[in-house]
Ligand binder design. Structure first.
Ligand code: PMP
Length: 452
């Protein structure tokens, strides 16, 4: 009964992120009550494996008492301290130092935000300021990649390249440009090298068309997440990074999903052998227990801004920048990652990929891709023609519901793509269950007359 009244209150008062308001009212909310490890329990007491770690964020898994303790202790001691007026608190200072030590190259300067969107938004502001400080204020054009996701603030949503975040919102702005995604599975080019070469050529042509001296920065996700978990060819990220260096354009790696062990190492950039000029993170930073994001800047970016500002304040910051409770949580989560979770995630990720690969033979599976604990299975009705599931059946909700019935939470993208991002703490049995439950969902979908 409690659930019924919650569903009604939710319907009347709670506006859900990225949802069809009317569709949500009709379907109603599914209330989650508690969670432990990789398992969540709903209000009816039903247990499900969370194959998506909330929203690709609960990397450490649920129910770590030490994280709860870290937050409680910080709240008792000092629940809030501003970073304005040259003030600060111990936890964010220590966290910044720990992160700088572990980040690739000289990404030594860290600005803490509240999440990923405002981390991205902050980079846009810092980058504009940087080019002003360099005496090149005309460098105000930004480029990102089709199918990319960089949050949903007014400016970030325009770098995001998913139509649902643009239509009706008046973005992208004229200063926001895109190049094609690598999207290997649906790329007409045959080899990975051809895809890399084509992307570099497209970026260079785009820059030439905009004007060599007008482009401020290029944004990349090491693996595109919300666009459907699109893994670039090996060497693609590095080739794009090198092209930006050649053209004197800042390169921003958006590691909001890929950071903190999601693909294996702490940061995916390390695996690509590159150092971006700026890097954004969030999600796994606090494992979703409390909100926090972080912008990493290389020495030259920080120094240019510092020199440009001189004695003036750089007018960017939030009340909750570098929040001590979030920082205390992040420090403890970092300890957990390095105390075995990263290692477990690497092993579990290899098992997940092998398990999902075993689904390739299924008549509905067009593609399986991923790295570490970040993966996707793309469904098609005709493997030869790579025909997506019919949009009319709304694959996103239908597949999500079907997985839910099997006790599995998995992201289901509109095109009929399953996305996986399980907590790094998953046991072998949990990984196997994710794969087996997916197989059952595929079998049931094969019998669905509206889909075939
Ligand atoms: N960048 C990327 C790559 C993301 O995946 C996301 C969120 N999924 C964001 C930015 C925005 O982060 P948030 O939802 O925390 O604002």
């Amino acid at each position: 009964m409690l659930t019924n009244s919650l569903v009604e209150l939710d319907r009347q008062h709670l506006v859900h992120p990225v949802s069809s308001f009317r569709g949500h009212e009709a379907r109603g909310v599914r209330v989650l009550r508690s969670a432990s490890g990789a398992t969540v329990t709903d209000a009816e007491g039903r247990e499900l494996i969370d194959g998506f770690a909330g929203l690709w964020c609960v990397n450490a898994g649920y129910g770590h008492e030490s994280v709860v303790e870290a937050a409680a202790e910080q709240m008792r001691k000092l629940p809030y301290a501003t970073g304005y007026f040259d003030l600060g608190a111990e936890a964010p200072i220590r966290l910044a130092a720990e992160l700088a030590e572990r980040s690739p190259g000289d990404l030594n300067h860290i600005y803490f935000s509240l999440g990923g969107s405002d981390a991205v938004d902050s980079t846009i502001r810092f980058i504009r300021y940087y080019w002003h400080a360099k005496g090149q204020p005309q460098r105000d054009q930004f480029i990102s990649v089709e199918q990319g996701y960089h949050g949903s603030t007014t400016m970030g949503a325009g770098l995001t390249a998913l139509p649902g975040f643009h239509e009706g919102f008046g973005v992208p702005y004229q200063w926001q440009h895109k190049i094609s995604s690598h999207y290997i599975y649906r790329n007409p080019l045959k080899t990975e090298q051809e895809i890399i070469d084509a992307s570099v050529a497209e970026l260079k042509a785009k820059v030439a068309a905009i004007g060599e001296d007008k482009v401020a920065a290029f944004y990349v996700e090491p693996i595109q997440g919300s666009g459907g978990v699109l893994v670039p060819p090996k060497g693609w990220v590095k080739a794009m990074r090198d092209a930006c260096a050649e053209m004197d354009i800042l390169f921003v790696a958006d590691e909001v999903i890929t950071g903190f062990g999601r693909t294996g190492p702490l940061f995916a950039c390390a695996e690509e052998g590159i150092v971006p000029d700026l890097m954004t993170t969030a999600k796994g930073l606090t494992s979703g227990y409390v909100p926090m994001g972080a912008v990493f800047m290389r020495d030259h970016v920080y120094e240019t801004i510092a020199e440009g500002a001189g004695a003036k304040a750089v007018g960017h910051g939030f009340t909750y920048s570098a929040h001590p409770v979030s920082a205390a949580v992040a420090l403890e989560v970092l300890r957990l990652y390095e105390g075995g979770l990263l290692e477990n995630g690497r092993k579990a990720g290899a098992r997940l990929m092998a398990g999902l690969e075993s689904l390739r033979d299924h008549p509905l599976v067009g593609d399986v891709r991923g790295r570490g604990m970040l993966a996707a299975v793309e469904l098609v009705t005709d493997k030869e023609k790579k025909t997506p599931l019919p949009a009319a059946v709304q694959p996103a909700t239908r597949l999500f519901d079907r997985a839910w019935e099997q006790g599995l939470i998995v992201r289901s993208f509109a095109q009929g793509i399953f996305g996986y991002a399980p907590p790094l703490c998953c046991t072998e049995a949990e990984i196997d269950a994710i794969v087996e439950r997916t197989r059952t969902v595929l079998d049931l979908t094969l019998e669905d007359p509206e889909i075939r």
